[in-house]
Design a protein around this ligand. Sequence first.
Ligand SMILES: C[S@@+](CC[C@H](N)C(=O)[O-])C[C@H]1O[C@@H](n2cnc3c(N)ncnc32)[C@H](O)[C@@H]1O
Length: 305
Amino acid sequence: MHQTVLLREAVEALVTAPSGAYVDGTFGRGGHSRFLLDQLDDNGHLLGVDKDPVACECAAQLSSADSRFSFYHGSFADLPQQLQLMDIDAFDGILLDLGVSSPQLDEADRGFSFMSDGPLDMRMDISSGETAAQWLSYADTTAIAEVLKEYGEERFAKRIAAAIVKAREVEPLTTTAQLAKVVSEANPRWERHKHPATRAFQAIRIKVNRELEDLGDLLACSLDMLKVGGRLVVISFHSLEDRMVKRYMRDMARGEQLPAGVPVTDAALNRRMKLVGKATKASDAEVDENVRSRSAVMRVAEKIA
Ligand SMILES: C[S@@+](CC[C@H](N)C(=O)[O-])C[C@H]1O[C@@H](n2cnc3c(N)ncnc32)[C@H](O)[C@@H]1O
């Protein structure tokens, strides 16, 4: 089961008009979406989005029960095209609760987990794209090491990448248990409370699902998709995502990203967003109930011009 993180905090920050049009870009099992629909009146609308086919099935039940809800199976990076298909010009709010859901991690068949054995897949959308096993079957040591370093902040990236390439020369890496073993044996650093394959699995998952590219694409077009007064609410679970969100919101709020030649003193005129509150973390009570919420950081910005 997926326990929704920062449920009330995120929805309350997002909804400014009960008859508005909103997006839940990471529908998952619909925890945020259901509570969000409770805040909308009969004229409100919510578009759910998720790459995961299981999320799709869950969303189908919700759309048949509630005509204010519709769903798109695909990436939130495709939102501009989805907006064009709707009879509105812009959204009142966009919510992202990034990363993977607990059912994705818990089901061995999805291949996300080093804790249980399954096929080495790791795709959120199992209907398209390359699996982790496919990528690891041909990527060279440098490419693997770059991913481990950049997306997993893994200090021993080169050593682990070399071990992966050596292991696949003996037999193809097709299961999560094989990968976890190779990585663990090559990793000299065993951190307390952290499996030695945690960083490598996170990195490969981010690569396979193009997670940071999708987030970058969404951020780049989010302003154009929001009404003035509309809000962007993002919950991140690791520093790479949070850094991107923080920088984007900060730059928009400072009026940076000026066209070439515009004096910096005009930056204020170029402000496009204002920050709403400070970064929010889960309360101690929520962390006690749901340990996954420990690393969540929520940031909110509102379009002002
Ligand atoms: C943390 S879960 C969201 C849980 C949800 N808020 C709930 O309460 O049930 C993240 C979800 O986002 C989806 N996801 C991640 N990146 C995505 C992307 N770029 N486009 C669409 N869905 C994405 C994943 O498949 C997963 O189902």
